[in-house]
Design a protein around this ligand. Sequence first.
Ligand code: SF4
Length: 354
Amino acid sequence: MQQPAVEFSDLDFSPGQIRREAERLYEHLRHAEFSLAECELIAPLTLEINRLKEEKRAVILAHSYQTPDIIYGIADYSGDSLGLSRHAAESEAEVIVFCGVRFMAETAKVLSPHKTVLHPAPDAGCSLADSITAGEVRRLKAEHPGVPVVCYINTSAEVKAESDACCTSANALEVIEAMEGDEVIFIPDQLMAQNLQPYTKKRLITWQGTCIVHENFMAETVDYFKRRFPDLKVLVHTECDAAVVAHADLAGSTGNMVEYVRSHHPGRFMLVTECGLADRLRVEFPESEFIGSCVLCPYMKRINLRNVLQCMKEPRPEQIVELPEEVIRRARRAIDRMLEIGRGRPLKVDNGKG
Ligand code: SF4
């Protein structure tokens, strides 16, 4: 991976400024196992990024799978796809720095076409978004004439432009139910489609995309931890296999998981999703225990403080998100349809008991 040309020597802060910033960072990051010495090392970067944020009237949005130094050091808002989409639309900042993967930065551009949207790691794709092209959506539509297309938000702007409505893992069911007819083309996550199918009478026609993080979780692992810790609450992302979802106390989006922990803490939780969410919640709910396995998303982890700083100072052309006007107009229609339909709810809570 290309290293940005930003060195600590570029940054000119006094020892006192660095110490105060390190202490501010440590207050949060110690819960994610950062030492004070590590906070002192990154303090010049967060100081400079936060200074540039004011100078350039920028807002930094970070997905929950980002590392804690990004979420607690520089982000103005952290959350899941739906929350980030709304913030991107409502923000008055002139520049949006998007710490997440490419389709998310594209979504921010669709919602804020007149703002500059910066994406520090343009090669940070997503196995779901990259599984389907706009041409393949057109082919599906030709094969199933008149059937509405609902695309998961993990798709490119061009794929959204071919869709009738967009959805997130939080509101997928509501969006599907709002479509006319008995069938819906639901793209591109086949595992999410399998999880949604029992909850709707509409027949879902799907695609063969999967998330390389969530497809790795196994029901046996969840079962092992549930037997070992009888009080364990298992929160599963709906991008996981249906056999894993069957073990869940809650199945939904990362936002649903955060809300569940907020309303059930202190407690013992297993988050069956990308590691970044457990890191974030360890900081926010230090009296709770987060156990078990997680899987890192190699795409999400391509964003770091150095490439954020580099792209805020002097963005390379590929770090500035640009989309054709026609794609923006049509993708916006699909996102607006989703936002009109609703905020969403978990697919499953407490195995139907609560
Ligand atoms: S965790 Fe999965 S769905 Fe999310 S960005 Fe990574 S590959 Fe894509």
